[in-house]
Design a protein around this ligand. Structure first.
Ligand code: PLP
Length: 408
């Protein structure tokens, strides 16, 4: 037998990073295997923190199983796509949506991947927020494109910096990604900012990619304005799904809704259809969960109310972080995360990945470093606000103690 040829990962993956499940998670798993209890605050996975799946969704999905063993239409079953259409019909000002322009996916993640593969040629640029949900950057790179990060301004509650966006447009800019409410910052964008982004997209003929998976997870008086309602005259791809609002991330169920003019984009839309066909279809039982979820009781409302669990946890995280000397945190207005800043005058953190690993080893709490969200400095971490308030408060107290004695 000839010697086995070494196998490396493909060069396409050289810029593909996903630190939410990176090296620190490997270390956390190792510590767990050694018998330590690790609090994993790295993923926005409600189920592992005691959130139950809404009973109606579980019931309808189970009922569907005996008849859900065949492939479906590549875009997804019609009843679920119609349920998505009805959902947006209830959204004031949302442009006309046809079930033919709704695609279901194995989570939003699959649809992001398909979109970037269908859209990008070598060197095409995509404007992506910094910080971002890193799958957008990763899939832009995998698709052969170039991620170009625009800054969100911490001084202005993490709203996107329109001037910075403008300064980064080039003839190769093809699309802009808007994540609202935002992961990791919890920002909910103002109408003025969204209109500013739409103007830039209009002036530069950009495709708008709106990741709105947290649109129903809002606190205080925050209001979510769908990007498609701001730009009905533009091609807007709206991404959403069941993972967060309905706490069923493991079912892998999401959708993509395409609105606005399409004549100019027939080739791209053909590409999306083609890739939808090549994956045959999304998991069929999980598609039955879509209609059950969208037409049933919206149980998230009780969780985000001032007395609700998610609201209390958000408060506990924010208050705990603000109480640590040299740490500040913009109050998250939506989503499931806090993104605190360590004042560089107080804490020297040359390598935030090492900081996260050291904290894990010392205190058995797993966070994700800010640079994992393409934040250009090493002065932030992301904390998932899903555990009960007392657990969050305890974890943040441990962070405060750790910071007090930490040296790089
Ligand atoms: N988009 C954002 C902003 C997210 O935070 C996540 C998951 O955390 C996803 C997309 C992926 O969601 P899904 O479970 O639908 O694949």
């Amino acid at each position: 037998m000839s010697p086995l040829r070494p196998l490396d990962q493909s060069s396409k993956l050289k810029d593909v990073l996903y630190e939410i499940r990176g090296e620190a998670l490997v270390e956390a798993d190792r510590l767990e295997a050694d018998g330590h209890a690790i609090l994993k605050l790295n993923t926005g996975n409600p189920a592992i923190f005691g959130f139950e799946a809404p009973h109606q969704i579980v019931r309808d999905m189970i009922a569907s199983v005996p008849n859900a063993h065949g492939y479906s239409d590549s875009r997804g079953i019609l009843s679920a796509r119609r349920a998505v259409v009805s959902r947006y019909e209830q959204e004031p000002g949302f442009p006309h949506l046809d079930p033919d322009h709704v695609f279901l996916g194995n989570g939003v993640s699959e649809l992001i991947t398909m979109t970037m593969q269908a859209l990008l040629d070598e060197g095409d640029e995509v404007l992506i927020p910094a910080p971002d949900y890193p799958l957008w950057t990763a899939m832009t790179s995998l698709g052969g494109g170039t991620p170009v990060h625009y800054l969100c301004d911490e001084q202005r509650e993490w709203q996107p910096d329109l001037e910075d966006i403008r300064s980064k447009i080039t003839p190769r800019t093809k699309a802009i990604v808007v994540i609202n409410p935002n992961n990791p910052t919890g920002a909910v964008y103002s109408r003025e900012i969204l209109e500013g982004i739409a103007d830039i997209a209009r002036e530069n003929s950009l495709l708008v990619l709106a990741d709105e998976i947290y649109d129903r997870i809002l606190f205080d008086d925050a209001v979510h304005i769908p990007m498609a309602t701001i730009a009905p005259d533009l091609l807007v791809l709206t991404f959403n799904g069941l993972s967060k609002t309905y706490r069923v991330a493991g079912y892998r169920s999401g959708w993509l809704a395409i609105t606005g003019p399409k004549e100019h984009a027939q080739g791209f839309l053909h590409g999306i259809n083609l890739l939808a066909s090549t994956r045959l279809c999304p998991n069929v039982p999980a598609q039955f969960a879509v209609q059950a979820a969208l037409s049933g009781v919206q149980s998230i409302d009780a969780l985000i109310a001032p007395s609700g669990r998610l609201h209390e946890q958000r408060d506990a995280a924010w208050q705990g972080l603000e109480a640590i000397p040299g740490v500040s945190c913009v109050l998250p207005r939506g989503a499931l995360y806090a993104f605190p800043r360590f004042d560089p005058e107080v804490y020297e953190i040359p390598d935030d990945a090492k900081f996260v690993r050291d904290f894990l080893v010392a205190e058995h709490v797993l966070l994700v470093q800010g640079s994992g969200f393409n934040w250009p400095a090493t002065d932030h971490v992301r904390i998932v606000t899903l555990p009960e308030a007392r657990v969050i408060s305890d974890a943040i107290e441990r962070l405060g103690n750790f910071l007090a004695s930490w040296r790089p």
